[in-house]
Design a protein around this ligand. Structure first.
Ligand SMILES: [Mn+2]
Length: 272
């Protein structure tokens, strides 16, 4: 029976007034969400979405179905909140989440947060950024080295937000074959704007997960990072004994999710 064992770190950074990143690390689900810039309350969108996903994945639940259900639920909650609100602007967030049921693993991804896999010392990117500049590179209009300086590099082309969501803006789902000994990193763009994959691989190899997460965040800030930065580092471990029963949503809450005030009630929707 496989599960996650790790830790995480999140920092507001030197400039932003609020941390619009949310992170959650449980035994069977990992979540990062980054409130989309320009939206009225990014920290509400990210915390609410991360909360809904953290509660939807329970040990034994089919990971792909659980993630799909969670995304639908998050979209419903954000849509209802927006419909009830007088403010315009929208609630939107990136979402990258990984769920495991002891055997099968699944990933859902929308936006420019990322998931990486460290296996036998080699780093692989599990997600592809849903950004305007990534699309330019894919279509041959921009060289990859031009991405980091492009003025529109933060424009995301997919996110979790209120309905209607066109088909080509919906999240992507991926089945994963994880094995004991793998390590995964989920992070927001505050990390990957500042550190390249080679540096990320080196720091992710720090043996203790909590130390690796802290050092990744610190190094992004030392490299001049101005955005919120969130990293989750989790090892895939074999749980020999049956873990004590866990309540849905049990785990480490980071960033905007650490403040219950940011989480729109999952039932009884209120305006934000
Ligand atoms: Mn960000």
């Amino acid at each position: 029976m496989l599960r996650f064992d790790g830790s995480g770190a999140s920092d507001r950074g030197p400039v932003r007034e609020v941390n619009e990143d949310a992170g959650f690390l449980g035994t069977h689900v990992l979540v990062v969400a980054d409130g989309v810039g320009g939206s009225a309350a990014g920290e509400v969108a990210s915390a609410t979405t991360a909360y809904v996903v953290s509660r939807a994945v329970t040990p034994g639940a089919d990971p792909m179905l659980a993630l799909d259900k969670a995304v639908r639920r998050a979209i419903d909650v954000l849509s209802a909140a927006e419909a009830a609100s007088a403010e315009a602007g929208g609630l939107g967030t990136t979402l990258t989440a990984l769920a495991i049921d002891g055997d099968r693993a699944a990933l859902v991804h929308a936006g420019d947060s990322r998931a990486y896999l460290l296996r036998a010392g080699g780093l692989a990117r599990l997600t592809r950024d849903h950004t305007y500049v990534q699309r330019l590179v894919d279509d041959g209009f921009l060289a990859p080295e031009g991405m980091t300086q492009h003025p529109w590099r933060h424009v995301v082309t997919r996110s979790i937000h209120a309905l209607p969501i066109p088909d080509d803006e919906r999240p992507e789902y991926l089945e994963l074959a994880l094995v004991a000994g793998d390590r995964v990193l989920l992070c927001t763009d505050g990390l990957t704007d500042c550190l390249d994959d080679e540096r990320i691989a080196a720091l992710l190899a720090i043996p203790r997960a909590d130390e690796a997460a802290r050092v990744l965040v610190d190094e992004a800030l030392l490299a001049g990072g101005r955005d919120n930065v969130t990293c989750l580092v989790a090892d895939i471990v074999t749980a020999h004994a049956t873990p004590r029963p866990r309540l849905p949503g049990d785990g480490l809450r980071l960033g905007s999710l650490a403040d219950d005030g940011n989480v729109l009630a999952a039932s009884g929707i209120t305006a934000y």
